[in-house]
Design a protein around this ligand. Structure first.
Ligand code: F6R
Length: 609
């Protein structure tokens, strides 16, 4: 979603701000802007609708002067993506960029209008600048005015503010939206995302909830909610991570699909250790699942589908009841929770607003709150009792790929640990599974070397208007994930269904214009899936069967398309079948010519509910 950057330096800020905003593009945005305090003390700004190139074009004809600046990429919430609504919002003496939502902005607007302050935009953000400017008009010093402004705001925010006549400091604050301070040499930076700061500095501090900060060129002073001066720990970013290089691939999504073998190897290895009788799984050591009556799994989108797979795994293998829900429903459903349950929250970014709120609902109600995250410094990680890192590395493509398979790997390891605790998993089986898991990354790597059949299928799919994905058992959540991936990047309408559910309604959609992708490895549910496949073939659907060699041979197809998968332990099929599902979406989108890495309307990290 929206991105913030701030710089207080020795050089002209505009080019550095624009470069940093480019590193935030992956989060999804529809307009952008920058502002700076000029040497005469006035604040100037440039804003543009659309991609950053539009802003850059503007800056060629109207350069922006100033060494203290703030910048923003906006994902519209309140008000259309127009130049008027783009940040920074400048009112009177103040210019502000903001991530999050000010929930009481209508009340604030009414108050302000009675005092003669009229809003000129449709945004909630403008009210922050209006309130602060009014306090300055009333005689408050800028920093006091900014502090007083915070006390008037309800909702979530990460804020960076510039003040007329003050080119020596930037005010920053966070409540519910992340914000990091970066340390340079006689330069200081702000970023909503550590990745944006990476080439500028590797030394950062995250503001904590309700902190505010005053940055000068010499350093930063951070204050907590009560106004006490506090010190926040310094983190050194790993600069070898070159997250913004496509490394020869056409898109970040393509690169990240191909990174899965390495990412999975890292994720799996990090939870294995040497035991007395060989390698063992070392995860959630302090939880004894014998004493757990229920596992609650909550997430959004793709991360939710990972939870859906885990429900099948945990209930079948560890024989523990599992409740899954999408976070936006769970948080308001407010279900009763048993004290002897564990709640697991799965999130790549660790900043998804609904998942965070669902986690907060569970505080004090369950035995343990566990987060499965890619970003261990994120809000969700910080607020959980235990963090399980997925080790996927930065994911830049909006459509989640490697994070999904790494989430699955960690959830599978949790499942096996739970099954071992409950004596549902023998030593022999454990050894065999560990071996299978260790071989998995190379099997995935080999599979990715020959994916031409998927390109052919995708070419045909790219002209379809509607596509169905069908699966049973572990393949049902994969069917849902396939449909989500396809619609988000190719904009083709797609639905995922449990194969057995088809005749209860969706079969009415089937005709010869609707391709039906059937995910059916030759497992215990294969025969059932084949019956459902025949039902759609009988209605002239264009079937694409994704199965292993035996599965394809036994299907008795007559000219229909197939995607052949390697044979694998049935337990691991979701990790393998995630690849064709991702690649079908990827190549279909490429043939359609859509913006694969930054699809329309989507944001990478959904920090508003
Ligand atoms: C789909 C996708 C989204 C995310 C969802 C949750 O490709 O990426 O559905 O999975 O927005 O995001 P995180 O995992 O960051 O909580």
């Amino acid at each position: 979603m929206c991105g913030i950057i701030g710089i207080l330096g020795k050089h002209e800020a505009a080019p550095i701000l624009v470069e940093a905003l480019k590193r935030l593009e992956y989060r999804g945005y529809d307009s952008s802007g920058i502002a700076a305090v000029k040497s005469d003390g006035s604040i100037d700004r440039r804003r543009a609708v659309g991609k950053l190139a539009e802003l850059q074009d503007k800056l060629v004809f109207e350069p922006l002067e100033g060494k203290a600046g703030i910048g923003h990429t906006r994902w519209a919430t309140h008000g259309e993506p127009t130049e008027k609504n783009a940040h920074p919002h400048s009112v009177g003496h103040v210019s502000v960029v903001h991530n999050g939502i000010i929930e009481n902005f209508i009340d604030l607007r009414q108050e302000l209008s009675m005092d003669g302050y009229k809003s000129r935009t449709d945004t909630d953000t403008e009210t922050i600048a209006m309130v602060c400017s009014k306090f300055i008009d009333e005689g408050y010093e800028p920093i006091d005015a900014a502090r007083k402004t915070l006390s008037k705001l309800n909702g979530s925010y990460a804020i960076a503010m510039l003040f007329e006549g003050h080119e020596n400091f930037i005010f920053a604050a966070r409540s519910g939206s992340p914000l990091a301070v970066g340390y340079g040499k006689n330069e200081m930076y702000l970023g909503s995302d550590a990745l944006a700061l990476m080439p500028l500095t590797n030394k950062i501090s995250y503001l904590e909830e309700e902190d505010h900060a005053v940055l000068t060129r010499e350093g930063v002073k951070i204050y907590d909610q009560k106004g006490n001066f506090v010190s926040r720990s310094v983190t050194y970013l790993n600069q070898s991570i070159n997250a913004h290089d496509k490394l020869g691939f056409n898109h970040f999504m393509e690169k990240e699909i191909h990174e899965q073998p390495k990412a999975l190897e890292k994720a799996i290895k990090s939870y294995l250790c040497d035991g007395e009788t060989g390698q063992k799984i070392n995860i959630l050591e302090e939880v004894n699942f014998q004493n757990i009556s229920k596992v609650i799994l909550v997430a959004c989108g793709t991360a939710y589908y990972a939870c859906h797979v885990a429900k099948y795994w945990i209930e079948k293998i560890a024989k523990i009841q599992v409740e899954i829900d999408i976070a936006s429903e769970f948080r308001y459903r407010k279900p009763p929770l048993a004290r002897d349950s564990v709640a697991i929250f799965v999130s790549q970014s660790g900043e998804t607003a609904d998942t965070l709120a669902a986690l907060r609902y569970c505080h004090g109600k369950v035995l343990k709150i566990i987060s499965i995250v890619n970003v261990t410094t994120s809000s969700i990680a910080r607020e959980s009792d235990q963090i399980l890192e997925i080790h996927a590395g930065p994911e830049i493509g909006v459509a989640s790929t490697k994070a999904f398979t790494c989430q699955l790997a960690v959830l599978l390891l949790v499942t096996i640990k739970a099954a071992c605790d409950k004596s549902e998993y023998s030593e022999k089986r454990l050894k065999a599974t560990i071996n299978e898991l260790k071989n998995l990354p190379s099997s995935l790597g080999r599979y990715l070397e020959n994916i031409n059949s998927i390109k052919d299928v995708a070419y045909k799919l790219s002209t379809a208007d509607d596509i169905l994905f069908l699966g049973r058992g572990l393949m049902y959540p994969l069917a849902l994930e396939g449909a989500l991936k396809l619609k988000e990047i190719s904009y083709i309408h797609a639905e995922g269904y449990a194969s057995g559910e088809l005749k209860h309604g969706p079969i009415a959609l089937i005709d010869d214009t609707v391709p039906v992708i059937i995910l059916a490895p030759s497992d215990e549910l294969y025969e059932k899936s084949m019956s459902n496949m025949q039902e759609v073939i009988a209605r002239k659907a264009n079937v694409i069967l994704v199965s292993d060699k035996d599965g394809i041979q036994s299907a008795g197809l007559n000219g229909q398309d197939t995607i052949e998968m390697p044979c694998i332990d049935p337990l691991l099929t979701p990790l393998l079948y995630a690849l064709p599902v991702q690649l079908i979406a990827y190549f279909t989108a490429v043939y359609k010519g859509t913006d694969v890495d930054q699809p329309r309307n989507l944001a990478k990290s959904v920090t508003v509910e």
